[in-house]
Design a protein around this ligand. Sequence first.
Ligand SMILES: NC(=O)c1ccc[n+]([C@@H]2O[C@H](COP(=O)([O-])OP(=O)(O)OC[C@H]3O[C@@H](n4cnc5c(N)ncnc54)[C@H](O)[C@@H]3O)[C@@H](O)[C@H]2O)c1
Length: 266
Amino acid sequence: MLSLKNKVAIVTGAGSVGAGWGNGKATATLLARQGAKVFAIDKNEAAARETVEIITGEGGTAVAHVCDVTSSEQVKAAVQACVDAFGGLDILVNNVGGSVPGGVVDMPEEVWDAQIASNLNSVYLLCKHALPHLRQRPGSAIVNTASVAALRIMQGRTHSAYSASKYGVIALSRSIAIENAKLGVRCNTVIPGLMLTPVVEHRLVAQLGAENAADLIAARDKQVPMGKAGDAWDIAHAVLFLVSDEARHITATELLVDGGYAAAAP
Ligand SMILES: NC(=O)c1ccc[n+]([C@@H]2O[C@H](COP(=O)([O-])OP(=O)(O)OC[C@H]3O[C@@H](n4cnc5c(N)ncnc54)[C@H](O)[C@@H]3O)[C@@H](O)[C@H]2O)c1
């Protein structure tokens, strides 16, 4: 079940912004545990290396590659470096992304542009350069990462660019799925809800004006019908299923990993 033996996988944002497990780091590690050779992309070299050391320390195969996924040139070179290193490409996981709060009146145009670049343009660029290789491999698959912020807008604290870009990821994934349905490449989206990853302590405490990480974690847990935020492994397992051969008839769809958050009334 869920074997990725002989498959090659690119994971973007395969590092983590702090100690612990980010979604990309857990996904890269889990795909390697299932047998994939992992090409771990991150703009932070130390973060990518740490993930690769974990994978190789467990006996898996991985290569770290520094790349800013908002740069077409760097993305093109990264995909080629993966194919050169491992002989092809079967799996692409677009995980890079992040939120900046703000409505459209107050948000500076450069913040809007940067949000669209890292959350949406990066997915376009990776898919653009990876698809010609993915089409050459039977059973290949893409998983893109959206956010529940695309589906539910918090009253009193909007994330206009983040919500727009993540909804864009869902539509782009469906478009890519249909365009490639007869070409042998599946494409789906994972939609994380409130997840407890290093981002909470390293960025969200300051960004959301919380007293401390413990208070913010408790406040986030309270909003989840299952009583607790998920973690990076919940995302990794969803990605693993969607890229596996067991999901061979699943394309152009979304998998919510949110403990019931999106379905609940306030
Ligand atoms: N953590 C959550 O609660 C949550 C909720 C919903 C959606 N998500 C989504 O999950 C994904 C990953 O979240 P996370 O919290 O694990 O991320 P993270 O902030 O820990 O980021 C993972 C890695 O991405 C790298 N990165 C950032 N920008 C990059 C760029 N331009 N090029 C290359 N690498 C870059 C960082 O260096 C970092 O190592 C994001 O798309 C995020 O929007 C997270």
